[in-house]
Design a protein around this ligand. Sequence first.
Ligand code: ADP
Length: 184
Amino acid sequence: MKRRIGGGQIELLRGNIVEQRVDAIVNAANTWMLGGGGVDGAIHAAAGPALLAECKRLPVDAGGRRCPTGETRTTAAGALDARYVIHAVGPVYDERYVDEVEQQLRSVHASALAAAADHECASIAFPAISTGAYRFPIARAAAIALDAVADFQRGPRALAEVRFVLFTVADLAVFERALAALDH
Ligand code: ADP
């Protein structure tokens, strides 16, 4: 499914994030940026050891954290068919702090898009950040992610193509409903 919003196109497809040929691939990273499971593990495996080496060189705090929740860090993409990996640290879902985690999920998408624009990317591919190990309910995550992207795309730095790559048919259907429901 594709839809034109603002200055570019939003596309939804079922697939594997590591197989996308785009300027920037977004990683569902964690705050330490030393790899992990899910999307993070798949991206590090496909990109090769240069990616982890570059992550390790990023500034780190006393707790070993390289990127706070809701923010992103950009590296080269190693063996991936992309110019950059934008490491995005989504929130761990917590029903006691719904407003805060929703704001963090929105800001991580806005930050990734801004980083892509800063690096003159025309295309970017997102996974469904926070909806796996971090347990964010996917229907709500889809609505927030797409709304954040639509906001950015209506602005002056819109990217030509924003792609969401969903791992399952069921997840794709959830994103398709959310995109269809989005206001113009
Ligand atoms: P988080 O820790 O942010 O929740 P996960 O990597 O655990 O991140 O999962 C995020 C989403 O990405 C989940 O919906 C999961 O099914 C999906 N996913 C896992 N591996 C891949 C992959 N290789 N390509 C695209 N999506 C994937």
